[in-house]
Ligand binder design. Structure first.
Ligand code: DNO
Length: 356
């Protein structure tokens, strides 16, 4: 496996690349042009500047997370083709720059959703938290306003252009079924995958987070059955997965079992842990298997068993040692660095012993 670390870019992430360089084993930066609205065409100049910056710091740029999918594509509106054309051209440009894997999601309206960003844990750290009862009686915009009060960065899925149209977007999703979403996903894949094959760029869909419907919106990349259905929509190795243990772990999924079935189509792994409670709430925990509901050791063992050669990154975790004062919610430096050491520790223990 190839270890990577997600970085939000200069001026948009308080963690500096030289600090990331000090984490053992990190070879690549997972990046994006975070200011590009979904559906826009990325300029080759911007891509190349980012590439230069990251490579100069000693990392590869082979994984992009995310190239966001325009809402009209998810909704299947007539205007979708122009956005798909832009998507295809962006993929070609990324491939020319050396990108190998693109992570994206197909969640209506929102990206990942939580009800609290800094829930205190017993050990004095804090973490992202999802409280089922809170989601049931709050309007989406109210939730975002409440959460963004103490956050001075734009969070994925909460981009101003998305939020300004939230009401209209929700209207478009009225009476919109999961089957329609499947159909629109298939249309999108049938259009982009031939380019991916030609330009050798692998697509990895990210599961829905949380992995169940919220605010009455359908969510489809949520369990093994649906993941298998997804892979058959276009049966090409280029149509693959960014398998996120935390997202799938937010509901009762057997992730090692999913990996057993689909390891050959996983291009990117997000290895992290969440602790699920009986009432449907969940909280991000340390990466350690015994701290959460995901058996991260078994996840790593299963990948190792199948000689997984794809990309991996740690994810979320807690905010520790006071870093919530400056780090992006869910994207601190310390717990993700500890997560990497845990993942590599388990992985290395499975490798042949060092010769004396
Ligand atoms: C959450 C992330 C997601 C992910 C997107 C992929 O922390 O894993 O925001 O980047 O869903 O498009």
């Amino acid at each position: 496996m190839k270890m990577t670390f997600r970085w939000y870019g200069e001026g948009n992430d308080k963690i500096d690349l030289p600090y990331i360089k000090q984490i053992p084993g990190v070879e690549g930066i997972v990046w994006s042009l975070h200011d590009m609205p979904a559906g826009s065409l990325w300029s080759q100049g911007r891509i190349d500047t980012e590439k230069e910056k990251i490579e100069k710091a000693g990392f590869h740029i082979e994984v992009v997370e995310s190239v966001n999918v325009h809402e009209d594509i998810k909704l299947g509106l007539a205007s979708r083709d122009q956005y798909i054309d832009n998507y295809i051209e962006t993929l070609k440009r990324l491939s020319k720059a050396g990108v190998k894997v693109v992570c994206y999601n197909f969640m209506p309206v929102f990206d990942w959703t939580r009800t609290e960003l800094y829930k205190e844990l017993e050990d004095g750290s804090n973490a992202l938290f999802f409280e089922q009862s809170k989601i049931n009686d709050i309007e989406p915009i109210e939730l975002i306003e409440k959460l963004s009060k103490n956050v001075d960065v734009t969070m994925p899925g909460w981009e101003p252009e998305r939020l300004s149209k939230l009401k209209e977007t929700f209207k478009l999703y009225e009476n919109f079924s999961a089957e329609q979403l499947w159909k629109n996903l298939q249309y999108f894949l049938e259009r982009i995958i031939p380019t991916c094959e030609e330009y050798d760029i692998k697509m990895g869909i990210h599961p829905d987070d949380p992995a169940f419907p919220i605010f009455g919106l359908p969510r489809i990349i949520i369990n093994k059955e649906n993941i298998l259905r997804f892979l058959n929509l276009v049966d090409s190795p280029y149509n693959g997965l960014s398998l996120c243990c935390g997202s799938l772990g937010s509901s009762n999924n057997d992730i090692p079992d999913i990996i057993e079935s689909v390891h050959h189509r996983i291009h990117f792994m997000h290895i992290r842990n969440v602790k699920r409670f009986e009432n449907g709430d969940f909280i991000e925990s340390s990466h350690r298997a015994c701290d959460g509901s995901v058996d991260t050791v078994k996840v790593i063992k299963t990948l190792h068993k199948h000689n997984y050669k794809g990309y991996v990154r740690p994810d979320h975790g807690r905010h520790i040692w006071g870093e919530e004062k400056w780090a992006r919610p869910g994207y601190g430096l310390y717990d993700r660095a500890l997560g990497i050491m845990y993942i590599l520790g388990v992985w290395d223990s499975l490798e042949p012993a060092k010769a004396d």
